[in-house]
Write a new protein. Structure first.
Length: 102
């Protein structure tokens, strides 16, 4: 699965974090204030396969977090918003903890 961070052409300083997956799906994500968690927003076609996309993104976030024996571990997921319109979105919050090897 190809995942690339991007900045839209009409923005110089990005106001939201975005990735494009397999040159097809746009996913927005942001850190949750006062929580060790991230919100992932999936729109249109991406919402139909969000679980697969989210599994891969979370897996990569955890694997890149390894630093001197400590690393991120996913602890919980919850849907915090789900729309049913044609332009709809689904927002999933993923909680993490830091696993320390010591």
């Amino acid at each position: 699965m190809k995942i690339q961070f991007y900045i839209p052409d009409d923005e110089i300083i990005p106001t939201q974090l975005r990735v494009k997956i397999d040159d097809k799906y746009d996913v927005y994500y942001s850190k949750v204030h006062n929580e060790f968690a991230w919100d992932f927003t999936f729109y249109n076609d991406a919402k139909d396969c969000y679980e697969t996309l989210l599994d891969e993104m979370v897996s990569r976030m955890c694997s890149q977090s390894e630093d001197h024996g400590s690393s991120w571990r996913e602890t919980k997921r919850e849907i915090i918003k789900k729309s049913e319109d044609w332009w709809s979105s689904i927002v999933v919050r993923v909680y993490f903890r830091i696993r320390d090897a010591w």
